[in-house]
Design a binder for this molecule. Sequence first.
Ligand code: GDP
Ligand code: MG
Length: 824
Amino acid sequence: MRLSELKTGEKGVIVKVLGHGGFRKRIVEMGFVKGKIVEVILNAPLRDPIKYRLLGYEISLRRQEAERIEVVSEQEARSMQNPYHGALTEDVTIDESRLVELAKGKRRTLNVALVGNPNCGKTSLFNIASGAHEHVGNYSGVTVDAKEGFFDFQGYHFRIVDLPGTYSLSAYTPEELYVRKHIIEETPDVIINVMDASNLERNFYLTTQLIDMNVRMVIALNMYDELEASGNQLDYIQLSRLIGVPMVPTISRHGEGIDNLFHIVISLYERGDFLSQKGEIRKEILDDLRNWHKKYVPDHDYGNDHEESLGRSRAVMRHIHINHGPELERSIDEVKKAISFNEEIRHKYSTRFLSIKLLENDREIEAFVGTLPNGRDILEVRQREAERLRKVLNEDSEQAITDAKYGFITGALKETFTDNHLEKEQTTRVIDHIVTHRIWGYPIFFLFLYLMFEGTFVLGEYPMMGIEWLVEQLGNLVQRSMADGPLKDLVIDGIIGGVGGVIVFLPNILLLYFFISLLEDSGYMARAAFIMDKIMHRMGLHGKSFIPLIMGFGCNVPAVMATRTIEDRKSRLITMLVNPLMSCSARLPIYLVLIGAFFPHQASLVLLGIYTAGILLAVGMARLFSKWLIKGDDTPFVMELPPYRLPTWKSIFRHTWEKGVQYLKKMGGIIMIASILIWFLGYYPRPEAYSSVAQQQEQSYIGQIGKAMEPALKPLGFDWKLGIGLLSGVGAKELVVSTLGVLYTHEESVDPEDVNLANRLPITPLVAIAYMLFVLIYFPCMATLAAIKQESGSWKWAVFAALYTTALAWLVAFTVYQVGSWLS
Ligand code: GDP
Ligand code: MG
């Protein structure tokens, strides 16, 4: 009986919740746990929602949701107790403990469905398990419709369904539609995904789609004999940890592993929904499991180490999202957002699954979505995203999703599967062999990084000179054509001096983005993440943290957002917190100025050194955080390895251009305003008489602020102007350069007309180093803090990031300056 059928005032006990994982999780979290008593407060026939009392609370559920909860009612209990005199026992009350017993008994009927590729051994498994004699055949398409069988095992009554074989769950063939429909409409309690272990890559594709559907499942790693005979090796325990689905080796032709398989099916069914975030299980549920075990599986092989297997499978059962890469994930999220308006379908479908299917142009799902109130909108969003994807990825979304899934599969197998017959050396394999080599991989990677910085610096020089020249001409033009007065000073010193000082770095920033996009689009970045995985683990991070960290070199804001792909909370938080230590491109101008002025002959090396310092500090902090600050064990995840690709000019150009536009916007907005503000603070008050511009500036507002800060900065070797520069960088790091540009316009000893700030800075190389380090480390900009707040869900971590980086910056700059001064 379903919960929706109980009438007002009636009581029932929950047997089980049907449907996909997202729905079950929500319902269980509301308290609809097996064996709990629910009472109907109000269930009027045409009224939605229905009101219930559960554990002393009032809860409403939509009718359709209540339809997916199986219960035992008092009335049902009566007829069960006394099947012959149902009518006569109307007024006999059934006590609650009896009801609970009945519900538990009913729960012991389990619906299982076999899903898998054709010819992977489903029917053989079905026959072995149910004792049936269905025809098995060594060709595909033998099973055209579902066959049903029943059997009892370890105290449970199983209904098992042998579904037609499919390679995928799209809407192309009747079999695919049939299987999908069965999963969604019939809601089997557990799905057994039968896999041909000797053909993993192909079989895995279907599995990734089942994962998208968020079904409760176990993988039967069938034809395990063939895998063993082939001499290839699979670390299936690790693989199941990676994908969050338990895997059991079976040889269904001989019946090996079948008991184990169904044993795991039971324990997944009884436990899966009741694991807490940390993988802990409620005591009452564990007790039930223990009792079942004692009673039904006493002298089983795994009887003794059952406790241990309980612990192990804890890590195995979780729902992962197959990561389709940032562009696709963005589109999936967009479409999902539009679908999510329809609360009333969420009990039935995983919205993520619908979204992915829409992007795959799935006809059937399209038709279904078309019937929703905002169906048009959803399809429009889908259309828009599909077009966007075509532009960015240069292929249609359906193909892109398939590719991403295979990337996931390749990544998962790369970590767990050893192919001892490398018959065909494909290009990807050959390249992978070299760039992910356990020794050569690293120098190759650092070589790429070095080339990237060298390229940024050397190639950037030429357009930079051009822009510098233009800015200078503009300054001269204004100088000649405007009448003297505050307005002229504002235009020349404030706007041209400030904005001009930053805009010259546009080429460098574009180049940096160009190189990052190149590495990403070609597929190399994923390999770099792969080889860094081990090192990352030592930092308490995961290989996946690596990409956000590298992205941090461009801008910390998208980098912090990119941490979303890290499933593990601990790694995600740490990655976010250390991300500001990855020197973003906004900090590049200040390095370029100082390096250009003080280390012109070792430019790339010093630049690489600064970046490396950031990386090393990030490593150190990550280790500290993972040891002392953020608790949790690290769960393993698949690292996708997409095939290598020649990056398309279009997509690289687009990425680079987007960044350029962003940069220019920042220039016209916050940088311009801040430049004017700083100019103003430095220009006023203007006393009647002052002997030099420098003296006036010192007495200005900004001079006063700087002077107040000076005691804290003196031990670092910074004067008040440098201090003001740092202060302005709190808004955005580019402002450091433009502020210094404005402040050092009137230095006496230098030529004030020189646009090149480098020639106007009267500091020593040592101070320059200390200053660069300080800029590298201190206070992430406002936008980054906002991103950290958003992604971590609390201001706490944003504030923490601001404080620890500033303290660290001070310490590092202090040490460098003091030790340096002492040495020389
Ligand atoms: P279905 O299409 O998925 O239903 O697969 P079948 O059950 O019809 O099996 C296809 C073929 O694989 C048959 O010839 C089976 O005998 C064989 N087969 C099934 N399971 C195994 C196994 O575990 N190992 C081996 N070597 N062969 C198997
Ligand atoms: Mg079959």
